[in-house]
Design a protein around this ligand. Structure first.
Ligand code: GDP
Length: 424
């Protein structure tokens, strides 16, 4: 049985927590896209962790955690994260890496930084982890799959060829120091040694796991609105954030993905540039940011303050739709307990017309939020474990949003810890 846990909007919905929780009953957790450019925050019995590349099943000894072929594999970062969790007392996680995953090279990070520098005030707000240059190279067919690190002669030759074009760019476009082939070769040899213990034939591994009826969780990074096809292009990420892509990035038959759990946050937050229709500002935003998530809404990777907004029905419904959602996990609801009234964005006004379907980026940039105000519940709902025990206004909020989303909310999260959860 394959399930996917993915995000509905801009990311930071609390996917890490939901995956960590669901991992208790899983055999395998797979990262199928993205890289170390975003983070998951996980709070469990071992403490609080910011994971960037490690799958969220890393705290469960019975789980095999796979870095799928769809991931931008930053070998140094992966090994660093493994050592970090081990040093904090977590039993050594069981990690495997697809031999077809591609390797993020040190120059990808450099090119990311140089390009943002060149763009100056038009920059994308990249985390500069090299993700965009990495995926550009993958599809330009000048990337390196993991297995290539182990084929010395071929590797040497390829490095020479790839650096030819990289150095032309460095010299003529960015005016930066050139790359040295011998140095890169030495780095690749080092990477080969570091990654060797983890490398597997992931196609065979997944095929056998599916055949044996194992429970497999596909773990998404970011959310629908950051998808390069369906998101707020070009202010998106560089690999697909959708459950459907899990079939490719993890290597499972598409028809085996039976459950798609989309994580939806009870209000909105976003990082980076791009249209954000229900965004709020000033003191109202500061307060929500301060109270949000677990200790404030600041990026897990960058520490940047997140942009804040009211719940956006238009974006979230669309986000659930493009994921192919079978159930919603509705998170961070406890945070809203301080508000007398809660605004919800129920439509977009574009050129004098109110729309309910999420538009393409040009129209999105012109959209003004149509807000509806719902009564707050003014209590702390943490610790509640039964749906019926939630205050009436809180249930009304959930049920209003469920109707808007057009998919059932089956999980409600009312706190950052593993057991702050209400199953419906
Ligand atoms: P992810 O990338 O989707 O995993 O999300 P992040 O980890 O970046 O952000 C979610 C933040 O919210 C983390 O700090 C979590 O610990 C926290 N969190 C998750 N669920 C809840 C919840 O129900 N209530 C509260 N207060 N915090 C939560």
């Amino acid at each position: 049985m394959v399930k996917a846990v993915v995000g509905a909007c801009w990311g930071d919905e609390g996917k890490g927590k939901i995956t960590d929780m669901l991992a208790a009953d899983a055999d395998i957790v797979v990262r199928f896209q993205g890289g170390a450019n975003a983070g998951h925050t996980i709070v469990n019995d071992y403490g609080k962790f910011a994971l960037h590349l490690l799958p969220s099943g890393s705290f469960n000894q019975n789980v095999t955690n796979m870095i799928g072929n769809g991931v931008a594999l930053d070998i140094e970062q992966l090994v660093k994260e493994i050592e970090e969790v081990v040093s904090k007392g977590v039993p050594r996680p069981n990690i495997v890496v697809s031999e077809r995953a591609q390797v993020l090279m040190p120059y990808h990070r450099l090119f990311d930084t140089y390009e943002e520098e060149r763009l100056s005030d038009r920059q994308f707000g990249s985390t500069k982890s090299g993700i965009a240059p990495f995926f550009s190279d993958k599809f330009a067919k000048i990337g390196f799959q993991v297995w290539e690190l182990f084929e010395e002669d071929r590797l040497k030759e390829k490095i020479k060829n790839v650096l030819e074009v990289k150095n032309l760019m460095l010299e003529h476009v960015y005016h930066k120091p050139l790359l040295d082939a011998d140095e890169l070769y030495a780095t690749c040899k080092r990477y080969a040694e570091m990654i060797k213990p983890y490398v597997i034939d992931s196609v065979k591994f997944m095929h056998e796991a599916v055949k044996a009826g194992k429970t497999i969780l596909l773990e998404g990074q970011l959310g629908s609105l950051k998808d390069p096809d369906f998101g707020i292009y070009p202010m998106t990420t560089s690999s697909s954030t959708l459950a459907g892509y899990g079939a490719i990035g993890a290597g499972v038959p598409p028809y085996e993905i039976k459950e798609i759990i989309t994580v939806v946050k009870a209000y909105s937050s976003a990082v980076g540039a791009g249209a954000f229709v229900s965004e709020i500002f000033g003191e109202e935003a500061d307060e929500l940011r301060r109270r949000g998530g677990d200790g404030g809404e600041y990026g897990a990777t960058t520490g940047r303050p997140r942009r804040m907004g009211w719940f956006d029905c238009v974006a979230s419904r669309y986000g659930c739709r493009v994921q192919g959602t079978t159930a919603v996990a509705f998170t961070v609801l406890d945070v809203l307990g301080y508000l007398d009234e809660i605004s919800v964005c129920v439509g977009y006004e574009v050129d004098g017309e109110v729309i309910r379907d999420f538009p393409t980026t040009g129209k999105l940039e012109k959209a003004k939020p149509v807000l509806k105000v719902l009564p707050g519940w003014k209590t702390d709902i943490r610790g509640i474990t039964k749906y019926e025990d939630l205050p009436e206004n809180c249930r009304n909020y959930i049920e209003f949003i469920e109707k808007e989303l057009e998919v059932p909310i089956k999980i409600v999260s009312n706190g950052p810890a593993r057991n702050d959860i209400i199953m419906r």
